[in-house]
Design a protein around this ligand. Structure first.
Ligand SMILES: CC(C)(COP(=O)(O)OP(=O)(O)OC[C@H]1O[C@@H](n2cnc3c(N)ncnc32)[C@H](O)[C@@H]1OP(=O)(O)O)[C@@H](O)C(=O)NCCC(=O)NCCS
Length: 405
């Protein structure tokens, strides 16, 4: 190994560490403002880099998140900025950084790590399992009538993103606190990430816009979006790109989506990173017109099986015994008795046997044991164990993470 792995100690180190991932987005050395904005939400010591001759050839970091899981919240490492310069690929740089980062997160008492994978081939080997689906839509606006028309019991007003935090963050928090897959946003996160509008983020779209739906005088839903106004031979062909539309009640969610679907000049409404139980799918008269399409969502890795499983809630059922295989974090390997009354090691015979990545897949409630057993990702040692574990692990809503980090 001709490189050294160590955490960053300064803003300049962080600037170096994000250079490899920036390279793949077509950028040269990031400027100081990018590193400064990142360190507002990602402390330098949580960013690892592979150093060679005084410069970073790879980078990997972990946001300190409070992740919502069925029944509560847990400290979680939000793995990010994974990148290795093309000059140094496939020499084990990512593997070495992952080792250092996950070991440090485990030592600091973060039982879970999660991430968005740009390539779905990379993270299974490190024990991450696909934990949610996410959906995209691309809807012609003239086909956006609702199944049942409704009278809006509130009003929408525009807010400048610069002052929107106070209005929208309580709505987000109410939803995030009960939606597995979402994490709590600090004020720094709102300012440096969600509501920041640097030009490189805009693509072909306009400025970041914020609309707030108020019911009884108080914010109940909001949308962040961009307008892409295009005219071809005088005809409108542009679109609204919805970045995030969140409501604290079904009625408020319906109202903010109706607002988005009714903006004049826009031919289409596009959105991605939507939950599997996306409301317009059931609200629209012609749901097929949404072009609702699925892709993989977040990937979860249990760093500390006992702590992670203990933090979750379970439906009142008898326990299940799971034998876990974990090559990358061998301290998790062995048989675990998991029940509503606690999680502990056991020397009893397992009903299920699986790689730790399968535990990541079921952790947020997005996938079931029977589903994974049918796909041969879980071995059912005793017949009926998977169905029993499904009842135990059942969650009330599909996991959703509305943003890529
Ligand atoms: C993906 C990336 C970080 C891998 O870095 P790397 O240093 O080449 O990876 P390593 O040499 O440590 O490889 C680790 C393992 O992952 C595998 N691997 C790495 N990248 C892979 C890819 N893109 N597809 C499939 N397998 C991959 C390697 O074969 C190796 O497998 P093994 O340990 O089982 O033998 C690097 O290629 C990169 O920066 N790619 C572009 C940016 C990107 O995709 N980042 C990820 C964002 S989520």
């Amino acid at each position: 190994m001709d490189f050294e792995i160590r955490p960053c100690a300064s803003m300049e180190d962080v600037r170096q560490a994000i250079t490899p991932i920036g390279y793949y987005f077509g950028r040269s050395m990031p400027d100081e403002s990018q590193a400064e904005r990142l360190t507002r939400v990602l402390p330098a010591e949580r960013v690892y880099a592979a150093w060679e001759g005084g410069r970073a050839v790879g980078g990997l970091g972990a946001f300190p998140f409070h992740l919502t899981i069925p029944g509560g919240r847990v400290s979680a490492a939000g793995v990010t900025i994974a990148g290795v310069l093309p000059t140094h690929r496939r020499r084990g740089v990512l593997r070495a950084m992952m080792r250092a980062l996950l070991d440090a997160c485990y030592r600091q008492g973060e039982p879970v790590a999660y991430l968005w994978a740009t390539e779905d081939t990379i993270y299974g080997r490190f024990g991450f399992g696909l934990a949610s689906f996410t959906a995209e839509i691309d809807l012609p606006r003239e086909r956006s009538a609702f199944h049942v028309p409704f009278a809006n019991a509130g009003r929408v007003r525009l807010a400048s993103p610069a002052v929107a935090e106070e209005l929208v963050s309580p709505v987000y928090e109410r939803v995030a606190a009960v939606t597995p897959g979402m994490f709590a946003r600090s004020s720094a996160w709102w300012q440096a990430r969600t509501l920041a509008d640097p030009s490189w983020r805009r693509g072909t779209g306009g400025d970041l816009q914020c609309a707030v739906f108020e019911s009884e005088g108080r914010p109940a839903a909001y949308a962040l979006y961009r307008m892409n106004s295009i005219f071809e031979r005088g005809l409108q062909t542009g679109s609204v790109t919805v970045i995030e539309a969140i409501g604290q009640s079904p009625e408020a969610t319906r109202s903010i989506w109706r607002y988005l679907l009714d903006i004049d000049w826009m031919a289409r409404v596009k959105a991605s990173l939507l939950p599997l139980d996306h409301r317009p799918l059931f609200l629209l008269a012609e749901p097929r017109r949404l072009g609702f399409s699925l892709r993989d969502g977040v990937w979860v890795r249990l760093l500390d099986v006992k702590a992670a499983l203990s933090a979750r809630s379970y439906q009142a059922q008898g326990p299940v015994i799971i034998e876990v295989i974990d090559e990358f974090c061998p301290w998790n390997a062995g048989c675990w008795r998991v029940g509503a009354d606690g999680v502990d090691r056991t020397d009893k015979a397992p009903g299920l046997r699986c790689d730790v990545s399968a535990l990541g897949s079921v952790y947020l409630g997005g996938f079931g044991w029977t589903q994974l057993a049918r796909a041969l990702r879980v071995q059912e040692v005793f017949s009926g164990a998977a169905a029993h574990a499904d009842a135990l692990f059942q969650a009330s809503s599909a996991p959703w993470c509305p943003e890529i980090f």
